[in-house]
Design a protein around this ligand. Structure first.
Ligand code: NAD
Length: 267
């Protein structure tokens, strides 16, 4: 795996590793992709629809001396995982890299549903298709590629910890993801593979832009101080740095966990 000379600087803890980050065209996924690349991993930057944004993530990584390539697959339909891995395999081959993966980060997700009175069956199904079924089958198809000692990291949410009836169906998808991490960790431990959830609180990304800055927001929500004990809103980097630790060799003894990354807030 001879491409590390393109990585500038000291040895990274993920040198020689390959990582897949889903939904890495923006937001938390982009920050994770950039951080894992900074740690030395070759990063497959998965995207669903925004090819230009995904290419921007790749260019940011390359500009920083890292290695990355884009991987396209629309998640939420049967066959999505197979399509994703086919694109991943092709991207690796095109880059002249060995087949296989060391870190799988299931970050792509959709969120924020209405309360139970307003959720349609179609919305419910789409939430579960993208947030639960896609990670499940991405891992199922990825297992033949995932090397021993690898990492599976599911980006869940702090909403699994508290009552959030206004986003009930979304919270349920993340609860399912946490159960996935818990049980799969036991299955894969024999191979030295860890499986964990990282559970962010409110993070300043596009999905929260209206809520954080919109006119209609409640005064309590407008106060950044109310969203964490640090007096500021969480940033994608705050999550990416925790993911980087979980992905690192130092986290070998951490598995089956849900790691709250909420700035000390309830959410
Ligand atoms: P975002 O909307 O900015 O990014 C989500 C990414 O997933 C995008 O790149 C998008 O293209 C991709 N994606 C969504 N649906 C897809 C589909 N059907 N097919 C392919 N790609 C798809 O969101 P974000 O805030 O960066 O959130 C990332 C993850 O973190 C999500 O799983 C989200 O549930 C979770 N999370 C976010 C927050 C927060 O406050 N932002 C809090 C807790 C958990």
């Amino acid at each position: 795996r001879g491409d590390r000379e393109t990585v500038i600087g000291t040895m990274g803890v993920l040198d020689g590793r390959t990582a897949l980050v889903t939904g890495a065209s923006r937001g938390i996924g982009r920050a994770i992709a950039r951080r894992l690349a900074a740690d030395g991993a070759v990063v497959a930057v998965h995207f669903g629809s925004s090819e230009a944004a995904a290419k921007q993530t790749v260019e940011m990584i390359i500009a920083s001396g890292g290695r990355a390539f884009p991987v396209h697959a629309t998640l939420g339909a049967p066959g999505d995982a197979a399509a994703l891995w086919a694109a991943f395999d092709a991207g690796l081959a095109a880059a002249g890299l060995d087949p296989g993966v060391d870190v799988i980060v299931n970050n792509a997700g959709i969120g924020r549903s209405e309360d139970i009175r307003n959720v349609t069956p179609a919305e419910f199904d789409q939430l579960f298709a993208v947030n639960v079924r896609a990670p499940f089958f991405i891992v199922q198809h990825g297992l033949v590629r995932l090397r021993d000692g690898g990492r599976i990291i599911n980006i869940s949410s702090g909403v699994t910890r508290i009552a959030t009836p206004d986003i009930l169906a979304y919270a349920m998808t993340k609860g399912a993801l946490d159960t996935f991490s818990l049980a799969l960790a036991k299955d894969l431990g024999v191979r030295g593979i860890t499986v964990n959830s990282v559970n962010p609180g409110i993070i300043d990304t596009d999905v929260n832009a209206d809520w954080l800055r919109g006119d209609e927001q409640a005064p309590a929500a407008r106060s950044a101080a109310s969203l964490s004990v640090f007096g500021r809103v969480g940033q994608p980097q705050d999550v990416a740095d925790v993911v980087a630790f979980v992905a690192s060799p130092d986290a070998r003894w951490v598995t089956g966990q849900t790691i709250d990354t909420t700035g000390g807030s309830a959410l």
